[in-house]
Design a protein around this ligand. Structure first.
Ligand code: SF4
Ligand code: SF4
Length: 116
């Protein structure tokens, strides 16, 4: 998520070498708060606001491809970069590299993590 869904507080984690958390959205897990939809629509990014699917807890989530990856993941230069990095969702911004959830996603995708 060029870095993707994270502020990268732990610099030992290179999100561009990973991308695991952007590939876990098959069941509507990568939620989009309503204010993000308002923000995108207000700035004319209806393409982002419309690329959604039903999410957990009655919310909406990023649409995904058949493999569960977010439809915004990957550029021609970098498969783990976020196409909408500068305007990405709040969930993406708040996700912490090195967090327990990050480590869990990496484990799921067979990517080793630095020691805690
Ligand atoms: S799982 Fe962690 S290291 Fe991988 S892209 Fe997401 S935040 Fe970055
Ligand atoms: S918008 Fe998609 S590709 Fe971009 S950081 Fe969020 S989950 Fe990852």
């Amino acid at each position: 998520m060029a870095s993707n869904r994270t502020l990268k507080p732990d610099h030992r984690f290179d999100c561009l070498e990973c991308g695991a958390c952007c590939r876990t959205g098959h069941d509507g897990r990568i939620l989009i708060p309503p204010e993000d939809l308002v923000r995108w629509r207000a700035s004319g990014r209806h393409d982002i606001a419309d690329a959604i699917q039903p999410g957990h807890f009655g919310e909406v989530a990023f649409a995904t491809r058949n493999d569960g990856s977010c439809v915004h993941l990957g550029t021609s230069e970098q498969p783990n970069a976020c196409q909408i990095y500068n305007v990405r969702g709040s969930t993406c911004r708040e996700f912490e590299a090195g967090s327990a959830q990050c480590r869990e996603y990496r484990r799921e995708f067979g990517i080793d993590s630095p020691a805690p």
